[in-house]
Ligand binder design. Structure first.
Ligand code: NMX
Ligand code: MLT
Length: 434
């Protein structure tokens, strides 16, 4: 019986010559050109990163290792009685490109379970945060605190061979991923519940264990599995994935890299949009005295937000040009499990009115909803109404994809990332203005 690590090592050995050949024999082949608007405009669309873990097509949405999200959810093994697959199976898929069987998934579930215990000092750091700290700041710091455990650091300073970097990074990644649900549940309890902490259960998979520690009944285990799976990766250029890769490229360990990516995810144009959607909807609900607004009333709220120079959270995307399939999956889940939920009705009304308004507004290149327009609605329905916490949930999922990416970065020996900058004077000269 092969372990995930052995299977991964075989894949790495197969892959290394491909990268080596591209570099050695085709290194000068031109892939893309860069324009002034791309340089000033956040490098939008510039093909300058490589990953095999996922690919984002503007019209179709994300594929993990070539599989659509529907295929991933249908194809990965599921726990008995669950509608959603094991998150641990997704990690196997992202790392190896293979859909694992039940036995293969269970070896990863066991690995996570063995590594789940969080050192006491992490709780002490969380406990010492001042009041009103945002959960993302606490989450990022808790992860950073674990940096002293890094296997990679220890081995690097003892003279680790470059070829083995991936192995130590794999160990760090598993050690970290296994602890994230427990860290997140602890933060949640400390900030919002203050009751006795529910201890983790070593016999449960990641999604079920998280639901158990949050104290939320079924189907919140499936909600957690779905949430972690669909948020795990979105190719390499988004702020969190790119930050994780960039920081790791200086050989910072996985704790430093994941903590950094969490900080990027915490911005309102990125992962924090999921909390902003709920905050926005709550404002509307307050103004409506909890009555579902008519289409005309909702249209007015959306225009008021736009006219005051703010974005409509949960809509638009830097790459996607159609409705995000992650949004659709969550909408389908909501239609099945919470069709009568008032917040769902609000969110669904937004889906009906916002795209046409954004088209008329004429700025956003993509008027359609993204993943964040729907995720908080589901959390709210199951009693997790503290929307400041929603991006932490996104962060658990995203860590899975970024760890897989960083392990492969190390396996393929990707170098320090260091693009070149130029000055505005230089750009004006290139443009022929000066
Ligand atoms: N509401 C209002 N204006 C928008 C929106 C929106 N939802 N989306 C884009 N625009 C504006 C954007 O602010 C920009 O305005 P200006 O020219 O004045 O700077 C203009 O449309 C062109 O932007 P785009 O090229 O369409 O989008 P860009 O790639 O720059 O940004 C987002 C992408 C996702 C940051 C942007 O669509 C946005 O701010 N959406 C709302 C926040 C959100 O939902 N973020 C979550 C994205 C998913 N995630 O999890 O990360
Ligand atoms: C993500 O999941 O990272 C977001 O959709 C943002 C992006 O892909 O740019």
């Amino acid at each position: 019986k092969k372990t995930l690590k052995q299977t991964l090592f075989e894949k790495i050995k197969e892959h290394r010559p491909r990268t080596k050949r591209l570099l050695k024999e085709y290194g000068d082949v031109v892939v893309d050109q860069v324009t002034i608007s791309q340089i000033i405009g956040g490098m939008r669309g510039l093909k300058s990163l490589v990953t095999d873990i996922s690919y984002l097509d503007p019209d179709e949405g994300i594929r993990y290792r070539g599989f659509t999200l529907e295929e991933v959810i249908k194809g990965l093994p599921k726990p008995k009685g669950g509608d959603m697959p094991y998150v641990e199976g997704l990690f196997y898929l992202l790392l190896t490109g293979d859909i694992p069987n039940q036995e293969e998934v269970m070896t990863v579930v066991d690995e996570f379970s063995k590594r789940r215990i969080v050192p006491r000092y992490v709780y002490e750091v969380i406990d010492s945060f001042p009041c009103c700290s945002h959960p993302m700041a606490i989450f990022s710091t808790a992860i950073l605190t674990l940096n002293r455990e890094s296997v990679f650091n220890r081995q690097y300073h003892a003279g680790l061979n470059k070829k083995e970097y991936w192995d130590a990074t794999y160990e760090d990644s598993l050690n970290l991923l296994a602890k994230l649900p427990e860290i997140a549940a602890y933060i949640y309890n400390k900030l919002y519940r203050q009751g006795p902490r529910i201890q983790s259960n070593p016999n449960l998979d990641m999604g079920a264990n998280f639901a158990h520690m949050m104290g939320v009944a079924k189907p919140y285990d499936d909600v957690s599995r779905l949430h972690f799976i669909i948020h795990s990766d979105h190719e390499s250029g988004n702020v969190s994935a790119h930050t994780g890769h960039l920081v790791a490229s200086s050989l910072s360990d996985i704790y430093l890299s994941i903590s950094a990516m969490i900080n990027g995810l915490a911005g309102p144009l990125h992962g924090l949009a999921n909390q902003e959607v709920l905050r926005w909807l709550q404002e509307v609900m307050d103004k409506m005295d909890n009555r579902v607004p008519t289409k005309e009333e909702m249209t007015q709220f959306v225009w008021d937000t736009l006219n005051s120079g703010q974005v409509i959270p949960g809509f638009g995307h830097a790459v996607l040009r159609k409705t995000d399939p992650r949004y659709m999956l969550q909408r389908e889940f909501s239609l099945k499990h919470l069709p009568e939920d008032p917040i769902f009705k609000y969110a669904d009304m937004l889906y009906q009115v916002v795209p046409d308004i954004l088209k008329e507004h004429g700025k956003a290149k993509n008027p359609w909803p993204n993943v964040d327009a729907q995720s908080g609605v589901i959390q709210w329905h199951y009693g997790v109404t503290e929307y400041d916490f929603y991006t932490v949930l996104f962060g658990i999922g995203r860590s899975i994809g970024i760890c897989a990416n960083v392990i492969w970065d190390r396996a393929l020996g990707y170098p320090l990332e260091r693009p070149k900058s130029i000055t505005t004077d230089m750009l004006e000269k290139i443009a022929g203005i000066k």
